[in-house]
Design a protein around this ligand. Sequence first.
Ligand SMILES: *[C@@H]1O[C@H](CO)[C@@H](O)[C@H](O)[C@H]1NC(C)=O
Ligand SMILES: *[C@@H]1O[C@H](CO)[C@@H](O)[C@H](O)[C@H]1NC(C)=O
Ligand SMILES: *[C@@H]1O[C@H](CO)[C@@H](O)[C@H](O)[C@H]1NC(C)=O
Ligand SMILES: *[C@@H]1O[C@H](CO)[C@@H](O)[C@H](O)[C@H]1NC(C)=O
Ligand SMILES: [Fe+2]
Length: 469
Amino acid sequence: MTHSWSNSPPAAAAAAALVVAVALAAFSGGCNAGTTSAFVRKAQKAVDMPLDSDVFRVPPGYNAPQQVHITQGDHDGSAMIVSWVTPDEPGSSLVFYGTSENHLKFSAKGKVYRYKYYNYTSGYIHHCTIRKLEHDTTYYYAVGVGHTLRKFWFKTSPKVGPDVPYTFGLIGDLGQSFDSNSTLTHYQSNPTKGQTVLFVGDLSYADNYPYHDNVRWDTWGRFTERSAAFQPWIWTAGNHELDFEPDIGETVPFKPYKHRYHVPYRASGSTSPFWYSIKRASAYIIVLASYSAYGKYTPQYTWLEAELPKVNRIETPWLIVLMHSPWYNSYNYHYMEGESMRVMYEKWFVDYKVDVVFAGHVHAYERSERISNIAYKIVNGACDPVPDQSAPVYITIGDGGNQEGLANNMTEPQPKYSAFREASFGHAMFDIKNRTHAYYAWHRNQDGHAVEADKMWFNNRYWNLKEES
Ligand SMILES: *[C@@H]1O[C@H](CO)[C@@H](O)[C@H](O)[C@H]1NC(C)=O
Ligand SMILES: *[C@@H]1O[C@H](CO)[C@@H](O)[C@H](O)[C@H]1NC(C)=O
Ligand SMILES: *[C@@H]1O[C@H](CO)[C@@H](O)[C@H](O)[C@H]1NC(C)=O
Ligand SMILES: *[C@@H]1O[C@H](CO)[C@@H](O)[C@H](O)[C@H]1NC(C)=O
Ligand SMILES: [Fe+2]
C-alpha cells in the first residue's frame, strides 16, 4: 500500500483555503495577523447567495408549485415520491404522470403537511408517492393547476440486477452559498452524467440563521429543484437537520427536515425516516443516522443487525452505506466524532463486506485505504487501523460548499489510513459498470467539468475481492 500526502491544490484553491483558515482562526479569536483582510475575503468566498438570487426565484403565478423534488418511493425503485410546496393555499395534491409528454394519463393524490418553527409558518408541503412505474422508463409529470401547472420528467432506474450499470452522484453539506451553486453546476455538467444523487446530509444550513430562519429551507428547495425535480436525491440526515432549539421553544428534533424530505423508510422495515435502505439497479444502499441512537438494543441497532444479512449480493453486488459523520477522518474538524458509532458497527461492515461508505460533515474531501480497526480487546493493544481487504473504503464528501467554508486544518503527519485528502469544494461520481467493477472519481470545483482530481477503480468486495490499484 502506498500512502501519498495530499496533492497540492491549484494556486487558487490554496489561496482560498488560506483565506478561510485565517478567517476561521479570526472567528475563534486565536489569530493575531491578517484579521481584517481575511474577513473581507471570507465574505466574498463562503457567503450565502442573497435572497434575490436567480437560483431562488419563485415560479410565476398565484400559488405556483415550487421546491419540486423526487426521491425513490419504495424498496426496489418502482415508486417515486414527488414533493413540492404551494405557498399560498393547499391547492391540488394531484400528480399527473405518464410516459408520453403530452398525455399524462395517470394521476395520484398526495397529502399536504404544514409546520411552524418559532415564528415561521411553512407553505403547504405536498408529498405524493406514485407507484407501479415501469423500470428504465422516462416519465413526465406535472403538479399545480391551470396556468401554474409545472411539468418535469425523470427516468426510472433499471430493474434491480447484478450487472446493471448505474451512476450515482455524491454530494454532501451543500448549503446555499456561491460555492454550493458551483458544486451543483459541476455535478450537472459532469460528462459522466449522474442518474441519482446520494446526499450525505446537511442540506440547507438554515439553522445558521437567527431563529433558524426557515425561509432558507424554502430557498434551498428552489435552488436544488433544477436537479432534484429530475432525478432522485437519496437523503441522509445531518446535524444541520436537527433544529433542536429549546431556547426558542423548538423541542422536536428534525422538524423542518422531517416535514420537507420524505423517504421510503417503511419499505425496508425501518421505524424511522433517519435510517432505511433501498435497492437501485445493482446497488444496495443503507442510510444510517449519526444523530439518532445507535447503541445496542436501540431501534437503529436492531434494524441494521437484521438488515445486513438480508442483502443479497447475487442480486445487488454493490453494498453502499451513507452516513453523515465519518468514521475515518484525518482533519482537525469533527475529529473522532464518528468513533462511537464505528465501535458499534465496524465489524459488521467488514463481516458483510461493505464496498464503500460515504460520509459528509467535514467540509473537505478524503478517501481512506481499505482498513479496519476491530481487533482491539482492551488488553491486547491492537488499537491501530490495519489493512483489511474485506473492509470498505471510507470517503468523506462533505465538500459541497456551504457558508461555513472549508475545513483545511489536517492532522499531521497524514495517518496511514488516509489515502488522499484535499480541502477543496467538489462532488464525486460512483459509476457502476457491472458486478465486479465500478469507477469512482472526485471532481473539484476549480477544475473543468470533466477533470478528475482523485480516482479509483473499485473491485467489488463480494465478486472480485482483489486489491485495487
Ligand atoms: C448559479 O449557477 C447557475 C448555473 O451556472 C447560474 O446560471 C446562476 O447565475 C448562478 N447563480 C448565482 C447566484 O451565482
Ligand atoms: C421572526 O422573528 C424575528 C426575530 O424576532 C424577526 O426578525 C422576523 O422578522 C420574524 N419573522 C416573522 C415571519 O414574523
Ligand atoms: C489546527 O488544529 C489544531 C488541533 O485542533 C490546533 O492546535 C491548531 O491551532 C489549528 N491550526 C490552525 C491554523 O487553525
Ligand atoms: C466489467 O467491467 C470492467 C470495467 O469496464 C471490464 O473490464 C470487465 O470486462 C467487465 N466484466 C464483464 C464480465 O463484462
Ligand atoms: Fe455536519
